[in-house]
Design a protein around this ligand. Sequence first.
Ligand SMILES: [Fe+2]
Length: 171
Amino acid sequence: MSKKSSGAKIAAASTAIDIGIGTRDRAAIADGLSRLLADTYTLYLTTHNFHWNVTGPMFNTLHVMFMGQYTELWNAVDPIAERIRSLGHPAPGSYAQFASLSSLPDAPDSPPKALEMVRVLVAGHEAVARTARKLFPIADKAGDEPTADLLTQRLTVHEQTAWMLRSLLEE
Ligand SMILES: [Fe+2]
């Protein structure tokens, strides 16, 4: 083997991924995480939109509650994207990619009434939970504990937030 080709082999080896999760599993998990990222970003934007546009007697409660929720969602997108990178795949990060990957509809064109906003957000948190839950057995089977841990954390938040928002709709 020439000096040149062995140098190239070392360079290739230093960028290859060998973390004990196979190529196909890493691709499947990265795809699921990309969907979770798109869902989370879409729900983040809708929640921030509702923070700006909410009106009515519940204004202050909802304005403040939505701020807490969009801040949490905004902080969540980074670890999801960086887990995709750790698995060796590019993270989606454009409105076009998010629109094609997201299971949630875009925010409505004109602001709904306050309680309709709450209903939209309940449906959104439930949809993100379904996306995370669908990926869990794939990550679990591949022995991808960091992804399973991330999904567990996201499921906890989305199911708890859906419950809190759902409680506002009860008589
Ligand atoms: Fe604000």
